[in-house]
Structure formats: structure tokens, C-alpha cells
Design a binder for this molecule. Structure first.
Ligand SMILES: Cc1cc2nc3c(=O)[nH]c(=O)nc-3n(C[C@H](O)[C@H](O)[C@H](O)COP(=O)(O)O)c2cc1C
Length: 194
């Protein structure tokens, strides 16, 4: 770098997307825990993105265009995602699927990590999500923290994660940040927009 040259560092913006919306859900506890680990890294701007707050319509339902516009702007503004995934009937929630289906280009050429929970760590839901993300051109990283409803929660309601999970989250975030940054040039190019 030449003397006097100014380097502007653009931090990546990563959304921690809460994938469940029902009253009494545990996803905010899990999302806030991930955010706490992520914020210590100071390598990106991490924010909670709560699908419930957007009051999204079902795809095709009229009368909530403003809500979809806000959702679109939020996802467009992000470089990568951590999906907080609850397992419902061996898949992701209807709310998350609908939130994904409502947009298209806004997801493209970005990276994602998955943190899931359920009776078998939410693994079946997470694997479904990987298939969906492939169609949306979201590159999902390999490391995948799986939280068990019986051992990482008290009464399946109060989140008390085993200490070892923090290391897995850190590894997932390492991969997510690397891929979110690496894909940035594609997001600006005509190839990336195809
Ligand atoms: C409609 C529904 C279906 C569920 N199906 C499964 C399932 O197939 N596998 C599983 O491990 N847990 C299942 N559960 C349990 C959820 O994983 C558990 O309730 C979890 O707390 C849901 O996430 P949430 O609290 O963020 O909504 C189901 C829960 C609901 C409400």
C-alpha cells in the first residue's frame, strides 16, 4: 500500500435468521447464543433477523407487499446467513420455507451456515435445507452444529448448550466468513446476476 493511501475495510454483514415463528419458540435463545459467540470475533456485523417480525404473507397472498419489500431489502443487504433451524416433521418450518420462497436473486451467491435443533439435532431438517439452498445458489458450509432437544435444553424449553458446541459454532463461522467474502465479486458481476 502506498504511503498516505486509505484502506476502507468493508465488514461483511451476516444475518442470523430465526427459522421458527410460533409463540413459545426456542429459536431466539439459540440465535442469541450464536450471536454472542459471533460478536466476540469482531470480523463481521452480525444481526438477528427474525422472520416473525416481518409478518410475511404466504407466497401469492395479496395485501402485504410492503412486508415483502422490507424482507427483500433486508436479505439483499446481507452477505451471508446463519440459519437457526427447528425440525418440524423431519423438515424445516413452513415459515422458513415460505420466507425462502418469497425471494430469489436476493439469496444468490451468498454463503450460509446451519445451526439446527431437534430430537436428533435437527439433522433431517438441516439436510432438507441444504437441498433448498442449492436451488437458491446459496453455498452452505460443511460444519453444522446440531443441538439436541433432550441434552442441550432443560424440559425442551430452556436452552443450556453443552460447552463443546461453542467450538463447532466457531468452526462453522470461520467457514461462513471465508465463503461469504470469497463470493463477493460474483455478487457484483453479470455472471453472478445470471
Ligand atoms: C409441528 C411440529 C413438528 C415437529 N416435528 C419434529 C420432528 O419431526 N423432529 C423433531 O426432532 N422434533 C420435532 N418437533 C419438536 C421441535 O423440534 C421442538 O418443539 C422445537 O422446540 C421447535 O422449535 P421452536 O421452539 O423454535 O419452534 C416438532 C414440533 C412441532 C411444533
Amino acid at each position: 500500500m502506498a504511503q498516505g493511501e486509505i484502506t476502507v475495510i468493508h465488514h461483511l454483514s451476516i444475518g442470523i435468521i430465526l427459522g421458527s415463528t410460533r409463540p413459545g419458540r426456542v429459536s431466539p435463545q439459540v440465535g442469541n447464543w450464536v450471536k454472542g459467540i459471533a460478536d466476540k470475533r469482531a470480523d463481521a456485523n452480525y444481526e438477528i433477523v427474525d422472520i416473525a417480525e416481518f409478518k410475511l404473507p404466504f407466497l401469492g397472498e395479496a395485501g402485504a407487499e410492503e412486508a415483502v419489500k422490507k424482507w427483500s431489502a433486508k436479505i439483499e443487504s446481507l452477505d451471508g446467513f446463519v440459519f437457526i433451524v427447528a425440525e418440524y416433521n423431519h423438515s424445516i418450518t413452513g415459515a422458513l420455507k415460505n420466507a425462502l420462497d418469497l425471494l430469489r436473486d436476493e439469496w444468490h451467491n451468498k454463503a450460509a451456515g446451519i445451526v439446527s435443533y431437534g430430537s436428533t439435532g435437527g439433522a433431517r431438517a438441516a439436510e432438507h435445507l441444504r437441498g433448498i439452498l442449492a436451488e437458491l445458489q446459496v453455498a452452505d458450509v460443511r460444519t453444522h452444529p446440531t443441538l439436541n432437544l433432550f441434552t442441550d435444553f432443560e424440559n425442551m424449553a430452556v436452552f443450556k448448550p453443552a460447552a463443546a458446541h461453542e467450538q463447532t459454532v466457531t468452526q462453522m463461522l470461520d467457514q461462513l466468513i471465508a465463503w461469504s467474502g470469497a463470493l463477493k465479486p460474483l455478487r457484483k458481476s453479470p455472471v453472478g446476476q445470471a
